[in-house]
Write a new protein. Structure first.
Length: 297
C-alpha cells in the first residue's frame, strides 16, 4: 500500500479508495469503534464485498495491537451459521493490523429496539435461540464473547441471526494477565456481569449473564441496568458507578411488571440468568436455550 500522505488521514487510517495488501479496496468508512475503524470494502481476489476492521496508527500501542490480534485469532476459531465469518486477518506493510469479515446486510437489535420498541415474545425467542447456538459454538471452541448486547447481534433480511464483534473475547481457560489496561473499558457498563465489574476471571457463565440482560431488553425495551447517556466527565463517572452498584446488589424491575402480558416463566429465566453468583446461573448456553425454548410465547 502506498504511504503517500494523501492516502492516510491524520488519525493514521487509510482513506476510502485505497487498496491495502494489494487485495482489499476500501470503499467507505461505515462505523467507528472505541479502538478501530470499520470499512465496507471489496475483496478483489474473490470479487465479493467484505467488512474490514483496522486499528488506527494513532491508537496503536503494544497493548491495543495485542488485543486486536487476539480478536482476529479468536473470531477465526468460531465457525457457525449464527456467528459472523472471519475471512482473513493480517498486517499491512507498515505493521497496521486488519481483520476481514463477511459483509452483512440487515439491522442490529439495537436499531430494531430504537425504531420499533420491544419485540414480541415469539420473535425475541426465535432470535435469542439462534444467539444461544452461536455463542455455544464459541464456547465449544474455548472462546467466551464477554460483550453480548443489542448492537452486537445482527438480524438479516431473511431472518438469519449473526453474533458479531469479538473485541472483548477471551479463551475460557486463559488466566494470563489482562491485555486491557486500567484506563481502558472492559465492556459496556450496562451489559457487564458482576465478575467483569470486579475484573474477576470470566467463563461461559459470563455470556449466560449477557443473554439474560439481552432477553430482558428485547422483551421490555428497557435496559436491565440502565446507564444514563452522558458525555465523559464526573457526572458520567458517577452514573457508571451507580450502574455497577445495581449490577452487584440490585435486581431489575421484573419484566412482567413492565409488560404484564409476558408469562411468569420469562421472569424466572431472566432471574436465573442474572444471578450475581455464577454458580447459581444456568451453567451453559445449552441449558439456557432449553429453558428459553420451553417458554410458551
Amino acid at each position: 500500500m502506498s504511504s503517500e500522505p494523501d492516502t492516510w488521514t491524520s488519525e493514521g487510517l487509510p482513506r476510502p479508495g485505497t487498496t491495502i495488501v494489494a487485495r482489499y479496496r476500501l470503499d467507505e468508512g461505515i462505523a467507528r469503534g472505541g479502538m478501530s475503524m470499520i470499512y465496507r470494502a471489496h475483496d478483489l481476489f474473490h470479487d465479493r464485498d467484505v467488512v474490514l476492521k483496522i486499528l488506527p496508527r494513532k491508537l496503536s500501542t503494544p497493548r491495543s495491537h495485542a488485543r486486536f490480534m487476539r480478536e482476529a485469532r479468536l473470531a477465526g476459531l468460531v465457525e457457525h451459521p449464527n456467528v459472523v465469518i472471519t475471512h482473513d486477518a493480517g498486517l499491512m506493510e507498515d505493521g497496521t493490523p486488519y481483520i476481514v469479515m463477511e459483509h452483512l446486510e440487515g439491522r442490529s437489535l439495537y436499531q430494531r429496539l430504537s425504531r420499533s420498541g420491544p419485540l414480541p415474545l415469539s420473535e425475541a425467542k426465535a432470535v435469542l435461540l439462534r444467539v444461544c447456538r452461536g455463542v455455544q459454538a464459541a464456547h465449544e471452541r474455548g472462546v467466551i464473547h464477554r460483550d453480548l448486547k443489542p448492537s452486537n447481534v445482527l438480524v438479516q433480511p431473511d431472518g438469519a441471526v449473526k453474533v458479531i464483534d469479538f473485541g472483548l473475547a477471551k479463551e475460557i481457560h486463559d488466566r494470563s494477565p489482562a491485555i486491557t489496561g486500567p484506563a481502558e473499558a472492559l465492556g459496556t457498563p450496562s451489559y457487564m456481569s458482576p465478575e467483569q465489574v470486579f475484573a474477576d476471571p470470566a467463563d461461559e457463565r459470563t455470556d449466560v449473564w449477557g443473554l439474560g440482560v439481552l432477553f430482558y431488553e428485547l422483551v421490555t425495551g428497557t435496559e436491565a441496568f440502565p446507564l444514563e447517556k452522558r458525555p465523559p466527565g464526573p457526572k458520567r463517572d458517577a452514573q457508571v458507578q451507580r450502574t455497577f452498584k445495581a449490577i452487584l446488589q440490585e435486581e431489575p424491575t421484573p419484566a412482567t411488571e413492565r409488560v404484564p402480558a409476558l408469562p411468569a416463566a420469562v421472569d424466572a429465566l431472566i432471574g436465573r440468568a442474572l444471578e450475581k453468583v455464577p454458580d447459581d446461573r444456568f451453567q451453559s448456553m445449552t441449558a439456557l436455550g432449553e429453558a428459553l425454548a420451553a417458554i410458551e410465547a
